[in-house]
Design a protein around this ligand. Structure first.
Ligand code: NAP
Length: 314
């Protein structure tokens, strides 16, 4: 088994990972950033970003490229590696084992592997992703000002984000597969009391329709009658669950009820040497700005941790 030693491993290369890489490179920490695919994470699914301070409008892909180039400028090592397991050896060092067995070893890890929105898996979803189909109301809501919006799901996220979307949309139609919502009563009340909202019960989306400009609506099937109808909408927001990509961590790490990693204010998890930043971390909002903020803190906390470790060994 090939083992490569580093001082710090950064798992993931979304905005949090890329920002951690930038600072770790700049501090010459001997870090490696491991990324399964292209750098950018959720940015690669985002058509346009208009809420990154100082950058009025930029394509998600373009911002990802700029962040990757910026990190590279500071000389951080980047490896294309699909990590299957993150565990610790008997000396407490972390081992990130990639597909094929190649292993990266370091006394500290910043975990920025993010999370994955659960997809509906219906025709049109992938085709119109970033062109009407979205998994983030805060990120994309403002692009649908004065337009008709559909929200899919019945949990806290769907109802809360649906209510948030009323500030932009002309109408917000929530489509839920059952006849009652899973969301907390208070969130439900706020949503239902808004004059722009309505709920389509007992219905599933079977297709997202659109044209060359983007999504134009959804085909909805009544689960009781089997009847199909079309609802016009240019924004289709899907909130049917979000899974943090924490499954590769072998050991128990404290987390919240939805599986996001709990950290202290310095991004330390319950496992010494393991820091978390970005979407995988338990927090109020998941934005590019919060991801890079978390990552900045995590790098300096990791640097302190490594310094203490060295002093203890001397
Ligand atoms: P969730 O609670 O798991 O709800 C997912 C919703 O999507 C459910 O209503 C489910 O329907 C529906 N659904 C699942 N698969 C579907 C499919 N294939 N087609 C159509 N509908 C589907 O997920 P979440 O809303 O993302 O929330 C995740 C966690 O974060 C929860 O613990 C939640 O409490 C928490 N959260 C809290 C807040 C807050 O407190 N303000 C805000 C957001 C999230 P069924 O109901 O029929 O199963």
């Amino acid at each position: 088994m090939e083992i490569r030693d580093h001082e710090l491993i950064i798992v993931g290369a979304g905005p949090a990972g890329l920002c951690a890489a930038l600072y770790a490179g700049r501090s010459e920490m001997g870090a490696v950033m491991l990324e399964a695919g292209l750098p950018g994470g959720q940015l690669l699914l985002t058509e346009l970003v208009d809420d990154y301070p100082g950058v009025e409008e930029v394509g998600g892909q373009e911002l990802a490229d700029q962040m990757a180039g910026h990190a590279a400028k500071f000389g951080v090592e980047v490896e294309r590696a699909h990590i299957e397991v993150l565990r610790r050896d008997e000396e407490g060092r972390f081992l990130a084992v990639a597909e094929g067995g190649k292993t990266y070893r370091a006394p500290a890890v910043i975990f920025t592997a993010g999370g994955t929105p659960r997809p509906l898996n219906v025709p049109g979803e992938a085709q119109f992703m970033g062109k009407g189909v979205s998994y983030c109301a805060i990120c994309d809501g403002a692009f649908f000002r004065g337009e008709d919006i559909v929200v899919v799901g019945g949990g806290d996220a769907a109802v809360e984000e649906g209510e948030f979307l009323t500030r932009y949309g002309r109408s917000v139609t929530l489509i839920h597969r059952r006849d009652e919502l899973r969301a907390a009563a208070l969130l439900q009340r706020r949503f239902r009391e808004h004059d722009k909202t309505r709920i389509v019960w007992n219905s599933v989306v079977t297709e997202i329709t659109g044209d060359e400009r983007g999504a134009t609506g959804v085909v909805v099937k009544d689960v009781n009658t089997g009847d199909e109808s079309e609802i016009a909408a240019t924004g289709v927001f899907i909130f049917i669950g979000f899974t943090p990509n924490t499954g590769i961590i072998e050991e128990h790490v404290d987390h919240d009820g939805a599986g996001y990693l709990s950290t202290d204010r310095d991004m330390r998890t319950s496992v010494p040497g393991l820091f978390a930043a970005g979407d995988a971390r338990s927090q109020l909002v998941r934005q590019i700005t919060t991801a890079v903020g978390d990552a900045t803190t995590a790098v300096f906390a990791a640097e302190k941790y490594l310094l203490n470790l060295r002093e203890q060994k001397q």
